[in-house]
Ligand binder design. Sequence first.
Ligand code: IMP
Length: 193
Amino acid sequence: MKTLVIASSNPGKVHEFENLLRALPLNVRPQPERLEVEETGSTFAANAKLKAKTVACVTGEWALADDSGLSVDALDGAPGVHSARYANSDPERIERLLTALKNCSKREAHFCAALCIAAPDGRVLLEVEGRCQGRITTAPRGDQGFGYDPIFEVKDTGLTFAEMALAEKKQHGHRGRAFTALEPKLRKLLATI
Ligand code: IMP
């Protein structure tokens, strides 16, 4: 069975992907410990590619990486690829974003998740993106999820990600959509080897 290394040092992400990939004929493994890839790309896709290629090259196996974040229209796409580093903790990141949008009526934003699978010779085998449109609320709502979930209201639902059950977030969410796009392509790819 083909081995696929999850290019992430985040155990939560590895677990999420193990679960999503369970139905596929793959031997899913976490990346080696203490391997940190610096995210120097200016887009989510560039960072996902960088991580997948590096981990595939180091391990000699196919590697799957993802990169995600929140882009706010009125802030010219910020925090974007810097979403994780916008402040030191989730409450501080939320506070900073709400302050940046204080008295601003233009609150449209989207989450993006880019996924990439690369081979050890540096070839990109698959690349997909998933998006979720919404708006930034004026105050946090809900207690599910993580990150910016309490201040991101999903378009046409009236609910923030933090007010949604996991299955509902998966259906509307950027990562769920990216994975839905990836799965049939990955099945096809596995059938050719
Ligand atoms: P990375 O993809 O691990 O670089 O993390 C991106 C950052 O974007 C996370 O640390 C969160 O702050 C934010 N983020 C990504 N996806 C979500 C989400 O589904 N909900 C809330 N915040 C998210």
